[in-house]
Design a protein around this ligand. Structure first.
Ligand code: GLN
Length: 451
């Protein structure tokens, strides 16, 4: 049924870069056979899923939305891919994304944009727009995203779906193509809080192949999602997540959510986190710096595309020609920014300062979580904007992540879930819930209460 749905709508939505028809049917049949034989089934047996094209898959291409990896079939499965297969999930295919997960609209994909199923002329968010669009268009009931600065939560918000950025280190990054390693985090996307929890439990947990993976049990997310409640909880509202640039309908729905939380028995506390005003600036030094280093491996020798290798050119020239042809504008912008920020004369002024801001943000969160159990905010300042509107204005694009980025810099956990439609445009609004590191279960407890 999901393959039929993909056939019917994906030409318009363009959520998928690759549909693995044969593989999906084979997996589904294997589940049926196991069942018939009375064998033990995995926890998500037979449930179809859309996988962001940033996780390696040994039986499908992995492009990361880039021309530089066009046609590359990785030699191994990411830990997350392995865990999905072990859970008997049916992987439908790989979803569209901004190139190397850099963007907030999926317009930076080298393979063309994805439409928002609520209005195909609008963006589905990014970088994981394909995964969220697949959910919103009913092409898949579960999806996987990655969140470096908001790429799970912002697409969830603008498509009316649920997305969770687990605690940094909560889901293995082994086989997840690196953008900014100290921020990148894979996580679950779904249409309901409980569905996201069921997926979270399957993909989470320690992985010896990832040195930043946390060696502790997955927080009890499913139990929390089954027992939604905010009774007696302290919920923080941060002063800095408001003001200029926030759409009226987004603010209205957010304020209604805060009232709902109060009516369900939560106490609301106003919080001041002054360093959050600097989060976007710090992020756009740290993320490009790490990206300039991580993307150095795309040198035309190891993977994918190779341009100009005609026997007359040096290896350096072939590398330069390949990167020139294979990377899009946003990727080049970030590699240049990051290389500059890390250069010897500027390292302390830029990268060093950004790291200090990062520490201040972590401290602001620590102080906040002494006073509250969770923090809530709008996920994004606006609803889905028209495709093309911010394409030539990187600064306007970067603002989409104003409320999501502090969490990545501090490494704690956060969820976005729908909280109604904005009255002025009828488009979905996302409510963000933020919890301390390894308290991901709180997101589900609160999310399930207000869903
Ligand atoms: N939009 C942000 C960026 O462009 C975040 C992307 C992400 O989370 N992968 O970097």
């Amino acid at each position: 049924a999901h393959l039929a749905r993909i056939d019917a709508v994906d030409e318009k939505v363009h959520a998928f870069l690759h549909v693995d028809r044969e593989g999906a049917l084979a997996q589904a049949r294997a589940v049926d056979a196991k069942k018939a034989a009375g064998e033990k089934l995995g926890p998500l047996a037979g449930v179809p899923l859309a996988l962001k094209d940033i996780f390696t898959t040994e039986d499908m291409p992995t492009t990361v939305g880039s021309k530089i990896l066009e046609g590359w079939i990785p030699p191994y499965d990411a830990t997350l891919t392995k865990k999905l297969k072990a859970a008997d999930v049916v992987i439908l295919g790989k979803t569209n994304m901004d190139e190397f997960a850099m963007g907030s609209s999926t317009e930076n994909s080298a393979y063309g944009p994805t439409g928002n199923p609520w209005d195909l002329t609008r963006i589905p968010g990014g970088s994981g727009g394909g995964s969220s669009a697949a959910l919103a268009s009913y092409e898949a009931p579960l999806a996987i995203g990655t969140d470096t600065g908001g790429s799970i939560r912002q697409p969830a918000a603008v498509t009316g779906t649920v997305g969770v950025k687990p605690t940094y280190g909560g889901v293995s990054r082994y086989g997840m193509v690196a953008f900014s390693s100290s921020l990148d985090q894979g996580g679950p996307c779904a249409r309901t809080v409980l569905d996201a929890a069921l997926l979270h439990e399957v993909i989470g947990g320690h992985d010896p192949m990832d040195s930043t993976s946390i060696d502790a049990p997955v927080p009890p997310v499913v139990e929390a999602a089954r027992n939604g409640s905010v009774e007696g909880m302290r919920v923080g509202v941060v002063k800095q997540f408001a003001g200029e640039g926030y759409q009226a309908g987004v603010v209205q729905r957010f304020n209604e959510s805060v009232e709902l939380l109060k009516s369900l028995g939560a106490t609301v506390v106003e919080l001041d986190c002054p360093s959050f005003d600097l989060a976007l600036s710090a992020y756009y030094l740290i993320a490009p710096s790490e990206c300039s280093s991580n993307l150095a491996r795309f040198d035309a020798m190891r993977y994918g595309l190779r341009v100009g290798d005609d026997g007359t050119r040096s290896a350096e020239d072939v590398t330069a020609l390949t990167r020139e042809a294979g990377f899009g504008d946003e990727v080049k912008r970030r590699v240049i920014l990051g290389t500059y920020a890390l250069s010897s004369g500027y390292y302390d002024a830029y990268y060093g300062s950004a790291q200090k801001v990062r520490t201040l943000i972590t401290q602001d969160f620590e102080k906040a979580f002494e006073q509250v159990d969770v923090i809530v905010s709008p996920t994004t300042p606006t609803t889905a904007f028209p495709i093309g509107e911010r394409a030539d204005d990187p600064m306007a694009m970067y603002l989409a992540d104003l409320c999501t980025i502090p969490t990545n810099l501090a490494g704690n956990s956060a969820m976005s879930l729908p909280c109604g439609l904005a009255p002025e445009d009828g488009l979905p609004v996302g409510l963000q819930i933020i919890a301390p590191a390894m308290k991901d279960d709180r997101l589900y407890k609160v999310g399930a209460a207000v869903e």
